[in-house]
Design a protein around this ligand. Structure first.
Ligand code: ASP
Length: 358
């Protein structure tokens, strides 16, 4: 099945076309649906409801640590992003386009650990990771440890659409971005005063130098992610991050790793994670949730809760996920005190929340 990952290729004129492999995959899912499985496409059915969920990171977000002003700014940004993604879906756009639209807004916002406002590494630089996956055909694109890219999610999307690869890293990814006319910004664009202050506080602390958490803000993961369901019944997932504060040695987290921080398969679920990436990678969180739905016949919500609370938490893996099923079922479990999150459910209900129990 490795050839499934070569479904998309650059046609040379910028458009994306399916290869014969995609046709084989579509045929195999049709056969699976005739045999009783869930079909990948619902072409003959009337328009289906759409749904979207986004996150802006999990962590020890406590009410006392957030000023009323900052809390409002964060809630407003979440609402703006989830509405932008939903507008795409409501207009009949694809889930892939919707998750990208939502993430561009969160990357441009200074309040999240992605794009502008991302955390600084040990050298005081911003290095960004991002991934996007199309549940319709398992096509995926991701970038890791890139510098100067204004919207890493657009670069990840370009990898999906215009390269034969899934994950590009560092300078090569940046070179690909220039060839694709992706927008770059000077280093200072990304560094907010909040992040510089966070970095300065930790820089001279010996515990921080060993990569240990020394203050509360370092436990606000604030990576961003989105999952969406479009009118055609297709799911997509996307995640974008600056990684962990004070990261060293070219550290790459779970966000750009397909199956760890990001995964989508339209038959089962779409997932984007946030939290301590080293744990998410080791148990392939996003894929595990989808595999539980596939293999155990349980709901997306049950599968997501199982992985966040029964798998991650006992290991010490702080974090949470947003997960979305093929019928619009949204789950947003987290094992930390809070997770920035928002959703628009199939019935049109808007939800914006930060703390547990909201
Ligand atoms: N999961 C991300 C990482 O480990 C961090 C985050 O969620 O903010 O890179």
């Amino acid at each position: 099945m490795a050839s499934l990952y070569e479904i998309r290729k650059d046609s040379g004129n910028g458009a994306t076309e399916r290869t014969i492999v995609g046709a084989i995959f579509a045929l195999s899912t049709l056969i699976a649906s005739l045999a009783g499985g869930t079909p990948m496409t619902q072409a003959a059915e009337p328009a289906r409801p759409v749904a979207i969920a986004i996150h802006g990171g999990a962590g020890t977000i406590e009410r006392r640590a957030l000023t009323a002003e900052r809390e409002k700014q964060i809630r407003d940004a979440l609402e703006q992003a989830v509405r932008a993604g939903h507008n795409v879906l409501a207009a009949g756009g694809s889930s892939l386009k919707a998750v990208t639209a939502a993430l561009v807004i969160l990357e441009d916002s200074p309040y999240f650990n992605a794009g502008r406002g991302a955390v600084l590494n040990e050298d005081g630089e911003v290095e960004l990771d991002a991934a996007v996956m199309n549940g319709a055909d398992l096509a995926a694109g991701a970038v890791a440890a890139v510098r100067g890219v204004k919207n890493p999610i657009l670069l990840a999307r370009a990898v999906l659409d215009h390269s034969p690869h899934v994950l590009l890293g560092g300078r090569g990814a940046e070179q690909f971005g220039r060839e694709q006319h992706i927008e770059f910004m000077p280093a200072d664009y990304f560094k907010t005063e909040f992040r510089l202050e966070q970095w300065r506080r930790r820089k001279d602390n010996p515990q921080a130098a060993q990569g240990m958490v020394v203050d509360d803000t370092a436990r606000w993961y604030s990576t961003v992610g989105a999952v969406a369901l479009d009118r055609g019944g297709q799911l997509a997932a996307a995640t974008s991050t600056g990684g962990l504060t004070m990261k060293r040695w070219g550290r790459i987290g779970d966000s750009p790793l397909i199956g760890a921080g990001t995964y989508a398969d339209s038959r089962y679920c779409a997932v984007s994670g946030t939290g301590h990436g080293e744990y998410f990678i080791r148990v392939a969180v996003a894929h595990d949730i989808c595999a539980r739905v596939r293999d155990r016949g349980i709901s997306v919500s049950t599968a997501a809760h199982q992985v966040v609370f029964d798998v991650l938490k006992p290991m010490g893996g702080d974090g949470g996920v947003i997960a979305l099923g093929p019928h619009g079922e949204i789950a947003m479990p987290f094992n930390t005190p809070g997770m920035y999150r928002a959703a628009i459910h199939p019935d049109g209900r808007l939800e914006v929340a930060i703390f547990a129990g909201e």
